[in-house]
Design a protein around this ligand. Sequence first.
Ligand code: NAP
Ligand code: GDD
Length: 348
Amino acid sequence: MKKKRALIFGVTGQDGAYLSKFLLKKKYVVYGVKRRSSIINTKRIDDIYKDINYKSNFTLLYGDLTDASSILNLIKKVNPNEVYNLAAQSHVQVSFEVPEYSADVNGLGTLRILEAIRSLNLEKKVKFYQAGTSEMFGSTKEKFQNEKTTFQPVSPYGVSKCFAHWITKNYRDAYGMFACNGILFNHESPIRGETFVTKKIIQGLIRIKQGKQKKLFLGNLYSKRDWGHAKDYVEAMWKMLQQKKPDDFVIGTGKTFTIKEFVNKASKKLNLNIKWIGKGIKEKAVNIKNKKVIIECRRRYFRPLEVDYLKGNATKAKKILKWAPKILIDNLIDEMIEHEIENSNDQH
Ligand code: NAP
Ligand code: GDD
């Protein structure tokens, strides 16, 4: 049987790396789109090239979501069965600093892919996955968010992803395209970007424990997030494209924790005994053993608007996709800590 071909935009990111490995294990031929950067940006997927079982089925090609002709040429060249759009300016706070670029990549970039598929007359052949986000729920007051929860985005990132969501649905309805929106809640892993809060906390606490860093500076300690593991979430993406009908699905664990609770869990696992003192921006954590302040809050890490509360209701995915998260927060933290310690020992 002919192998399926998958084209992944955003292959160099956290999810791109997990999805590539997942699809290669399923015997796909994987084409990943990377963009030109001034230093090598393939660290997360370098191990694929070293793996004798995978390297012959894995190809990287240059492209950029801001460049329609590159997208069209890539799709023409690869002639994929499945296209996964994971590429994005994915940092919420940064989207307030570069709103137009975030809208261009995340919003119009998605349209460019859909339009390339359509103009190549592949709309009945190619299946398309769009990386939507719980950030689209924004300021909703619903306490357990599902596919019917209204989007109320509160960041340029969230707004750009709403455009991508609706244009994906529009191409599905208007042209009969097999196009699915995943509405994924936060998912992390050892290869999470270093400026996202989970990785920043774990990296910071380990460095403090090893005496390599004095303090960790954070922003809002009281927002709540539903954190899962990227490995589980890429499986859900693939499952969406294997259904008879295209549809949209919420993917989350159904559990939610504050940033402070995440810090407490991680420090306990690292045997760092901490005590919180002070309030508001002056709240800080003291290392009980040596009385030193190791965590402080800084205004620069607060956003102009915050998504206070996220908790995902993945009942539909459980029922239709037969998907459920396998890795929950405690095991996720354990894995991130283990990786970080191994990595820091390698470096020193
Ligand atoms: P990530 O680690 O930030 O990866 C983003 C990827 O997009 C990287 O490969 C990046 O390339 C690429 N990219 C950025 N701008 C591009 C452009 N102009 N053209 C082509 N590629 C570009 O994000 P992630 O955590 O893997 O998330 C994957 C997707 O899911 C994103 O769309 C994100 O918004 C969405 N999402 C993530 C979560 C989550 O919690 N992780 C939850 C919901 C939705 P470089 O490596 O060169 O920067
Ligand atoms: N990044 C960061 N850095 N966030 C902090 C910090 C800090 O120093 N201190 C507190 N936070 C709070 C943020 O204000 C936010 O409420 C929460 O920690 C999580 O922030 P991030 O880890 O940056 O993730 P996010 O929820 O904003 O966005 C991630 O999840 C979305 C899904 O809901 C990203 O992966 C998005 O791409 C994704 O769509």
